[in-house]
Ligand binder design. Structure first.
Ligand code: ZN
Length: 309
């Protein structure tokens, strides 16, 4: 796994463009290097004064269709797949410039974002890396939805979904979030929907850019995309991608095992709210303290120093 004790950013800027899922309009996007302790921020270059919005839990303004962050009327929608890519590839600091309110959907997965990050290159910075360290379980339940974190030596996610559609059914997947597994097992997994959902959304003026090019579309019984699925459990893998994106709004790397069942953007957000109220259940520490280099597999909580941020 990635035990980088220093913060990381991109080596150089990289630009690309794509279509916004809901607007159907072309969006230009540039990922730029950023200094230590900057975090991930989005800059709306199409608005007066070019407002900058930090990608943090406190900035979330909507979670109904996608995760939307915003401040003083300036919003950036559908940040989750790009945020997951930056977190999955271990990038702490970057500035994302875009000329629309929506991150482009690309192929509905994080594949292109991940390859753009690799194209830019990743460099280690001089400043130490901080992380959230889970010390005791935090669990929330809402009907049959469940989300929890448990102490763990790695950032791990286990996700279970249960859809009535025979093509999906019950699927479960578990992954240690580090660049290699993220790129291979999670990033290529596309978002999915029933073809009727697209029709309803288009009637409401949403998903105008939605097509078989940027989602798995099914009719409950079968997948309508001519090339089929990329993984037979692509659905649950995409839910993990969404979770990584949503939980990246914690703003720092995370050491703990997340277990989620039947979750979505809204429930993930509720969980983050609970997480921040349970301050005794976690600590913010230097990554170098969480993993003493001489014994990276074992953690001694008594040796972990809290850091004020
Ligand atoms: Zn998604």
């Amino acid at each position: 796994m990635l035990i980088s004790t220093n913060q990381r950013t991109l080596e150089k800027s990289v630009s690309f463009s794509g279509i916004g899922l809901h607007s159907g309009r072309k969006v230009h996007l540039t990922l730029k290097p950023a200094p230590p302790n900057h975090g991930i921020k989005f800059k709306r270059t199409d608005l007066p004064n070019m407002p900058v919005i930090p990608a943090l839990f406190q900035m979330v303004v909507d979670t109904s269709l996608a995760t939307v962050i915003g401040e003083e009327g300036a919003i950036v929608s559908t940040v989750e797949h790009l945020m997951a890519s930056l977190t999955g590839m271990g990038v702490d600091n970057a500035l994302v410039e875009l000329d629309a309110h929506e991150v482009p959907v690309m192929d509905g997965s994080a594949k292109l974002f991940t390859s753009m990050i690799k194209k830019a290159g990743i460099v280690e910075q001089k400043s130490p890396r901080f992380c959230f360290l889970v010390k005791e379980p935090i669990e929330i339940t809402d009907g049959d939805r469940f989300a929890a974190v448990y102490p763990s030596d790695t950032f791990k996610i286990t996700c279970t979904i249960d859809f009535a559609h025979p093509i999906i059914g019950i699927q479960s997947f578990s992954v240690d979030v580090e660049p290699e597994s993220f790129e291979k097992d999670i990033a290529p997994a596309r978002t999915f929907c029933h073809f009727k959902e697209i029709e309803y959304m288009k009637q409401d003026g949403l998903a105008l850019g939605g097509s078989l090019e940027n989602a798995i579309v099914h009719d409950g019984e079968k997948v309508l995309n001519p090339d089929g699925l990329r993984f037979k459990d692509e659905f649950v893998r995409h839910k993990i991608l969404d979770c990584i994106g949503d939980f990246s709004l914690l703003g720092m790397p995370f050491l703990g095992h997340m277990v989620v069942k039947k979750s979505g953007h809204m429930f993930n957000h509720l969980f983050l709210k609970e997480f921040f109220t349970r301050k005794k259940s976690w600590d913010t520490v230097l990554m170098s303290d969480a993993f003493p280099p001489e014994d990276p597999g074992k953690r001694d909580y008594s040796a972990v120093r809290s850091v004020a941020l």
